[in-house]
Design a binder for this molecule. Sequence first.
Ligand code: NOJ
Length: 502
Amino acid sequence: MDIPWWRDAVVYEIYVRSFADASGDGVGDLAGVREHLPYLAELGVDAIWLTPFYPSPMADGGYDVADYRGVDPLFGTLDDFESLVTDAHRLGLKVLVDVVPNHSSSEHPWFQAALRGEHRDRYIFRAEPNNWQSTFSGPAWTKLPDGQYYLHLFAPGQPDFNWRNPEIHREFLDILRFWLDRGVDGFRIDVAMGLYKAKGLPDIQDQSFKSVSPIWGQPEVHEVYRSWRKLLDGYPGERMAVGEVWTDSSEDLALYVRPDELQQSFNFAWLQAPWSSTAFKKVIDDTLAAVPFATWVLSNHDVVRHRTRYDTADPGTGLMRAKAALLTMLALPGSAYLYQGEELGLPEVKDLPPEARQDPVFIQSKGELVGRDGCRVPLPWSADGASYGFSPDGVAPWLPQPATFAALSAATQAGDPGSTLTFYRRALACRRELVGSLPYTLEWLDSPEGALFFTRGSLICALNCGTEPVRLPSHGGVLLPSGPLDGDLLPPDTAVWLRTSS
Ligand code: NOJ
């Protein structure tokens, strides 16, 4: 069987608002992405995933879509998008776009019509709310002046569609076709375990997340992905979809990637695991046992950046662990998703002033929840300038950047052999060279407590999550370490790729 391009692909997530601003309004845009495509090709990724750039009132950074077939003027034009796809393909990069089927914006013409009392069956209206809470805090229902309530699992500006109405199915198939016809290689499906709600909308006993509940993981959702899969398979060029599927078990995750459903789903178990060899080993074993094609991810625009998650009292630890985790992740069978800025070792920005914060999580919870702005701070491209090269000079970016971003900028790191960026480039180049010859399987090797050793064909990966150095497994040469080795000892918070001895 030919191996599909996405099986081993490294996909780079671009949070468009925060990547690069070419237009000079302080917000990242498609032209900014296009300008930096050579940087991404040089980094060595195989594909990019663009977060929503569709017309939107931006109640949730664009995850509130008012028109599924356009480009918001803030981000550019459809022509900009088409040029971006052409350039990306010329550079050998595939392009994934986000599709947001669980909810639209309240400004979407269909919801505007529903507000006027027309076709309310496209959304979820009730005379009385149930006890569901919004993921962003507070009730999941908003009352209209006429006394009816509508459901929004996220912000009030994101009304949930009623997928029990066949019109929604037809509409989304048409939206997918629209972007497939414009050459996209695939989709990232927002809130993929949502869409259907249990009939009758019963109250829930427990507000904590469950991957199968009246709110999430209803069995009918799988029919949607079966029809999407048929559509994707009808196009040339291995078009694919990856689901944003939060589950509490790998068995539930596996339901979304059955052979006639999505090709991939995000596997958040690794991202949620603590820094522990036992936890990592369990995630790896569970994942590989459950899904045919694994994916791995350490950070995205919704979670605290992993460099900061891995921090301890010693401020150097987070970055060392982040690099070690990356090397381990890139050695696993399957595809890896990177989040913009991790290649620069960016930390979470924790001290954004409250008045600068824009995440609806912060706003809706009245500041009780800090929200996700800290991982969305615009990227530093150069060491100087008002926005470290994010916007044309003199323009303030939509979120303020800390002064520490100067030393972390792409330009500063590009020529430095010891930088995080250089390390990422090396790791991705080395992976690209090896990946075709590695079996899609993994074997564990005996390892001392706190460490994790495994082999795939000619590659050995060793990771030390413990507090003491450990002796390397027997090997035939060092390919790439994530930090300095001590002779044949692997220091704590370090990983290394080795050649097998035979
Ligand atoms: C998941 C997206 O990644 C997140 O940013 C967004 O707020 C929610 N879905 C709602 O669309």
